[in-house]
Design a binder for this molecule. Structure first.
Ligand code: AMP
Length: 229
């Protein structure tokens, strides 16, 4: 049997490397699921687990909702930041896992007069990966923005004159400090969510339900209030 065929019969979980993978592992462990390999070491994109019917695929964080939406993965873990940009089409979002916590913030160069720059009717050059959320945030303030879409190293943009402000994820604040930037506004708190393909939720309900419940139990230690599964 081909690997694609085998995968369509079992469950496929989409994760991204780094924070989300590292912080999902303990939840998987509490659900009795052990991952056979470390993707940072093995470089494999399909990882086996101790459960023959469950595999993990490693994809870019912003691609997790796409894999789940199209059913290439039955479920996945994605940040609220990524989900807001992607939209909810084809996705069921039952659990806030309270992992990969950070905030989406506005940051500027230390010497930039932000209060003056956001006067009603002002015009601001904003660099971000999160163009929808950033646009909405400044629209509410009546600030006109020229959005500059970037895919990484946002902190560089104000330093080289590409933008006045950035909208980016901040955790410890170390990256901003190291680059002479300051956080001037927090737009929202971000955590990662479990998302499920809507068709899988119906067709693989019997297989999925125990895993989803185990995730829910493991994450309830973090005081979450979720929809009923
Ligand atoms: P920090 O220096 O700890 O404030 O982290 C900031 C850097 O890490 C920025 O480049 C962010 O884009 C990235 N970052 C922080 N938290 C997260 C997260 N939960 N998910 C993805 N990227 C993050």
């Amino acid at each position: 049997m081909s690997q694609g065929k085998e995968m369509s019969q079992g469950l496929v979980l989409a994760l991204s490397k780094g924070r989300i993978f590292d912080q999902t592992l303990p939840l998987l462990r509490e659900a009795g699921i052990q991952v056979a390999e470390d993707p940072e070491v093995s470089r494999k994109l399909i990882l086996a687990t101790n459960r023959p019917d469950l595999r993990i695929i490693i994809v870019r964080a912003s691609d997790v909702p796409t894999y789940v939406q199209y059913g290439a993965a039955d479920f996945g873990v994605a940040g609220k930041d990524v989900l807001q940009e992607h939209g909810n089409t084809g996705l069921y979002q039952p659990i806030d896992l309270h992992i990969a916590k950070c905030r989406l913030s506005v940051a500027v160069r230390k010497d930039f007069d932000y209060a003056n720059a956001i006067r009603q009717g002002a015009r601001l050059r904003v660099a971000s990966k999160y163009v929808q959320v950033a646009r909405e945030h400044f629209a509410k303030k009546g600030v006109h923005v020229d959005m500059i879409k970037l895919y990484g190293s946002m902190e560089l943009a104000p330093l080289v004159g590409l933008a006045d402000v950035i909208v980016d994820l901040v955790d410890t604040g170390n990256t901003l400090r190291a680059n002479g930037l300051v956080e001037v506004e927090q737009i929202q708190d971000i955590t990662s969510r479990l998302i499920v393909n809507q068709a899988s939720m119906k067709l693989k309900h019997r297989q999925l339900q125990p895993v989803l419940h185990a995730f829910k139990d493991a994450s309830s230690a973090h005081n979450c209030q979720d929809e009923a599964l």
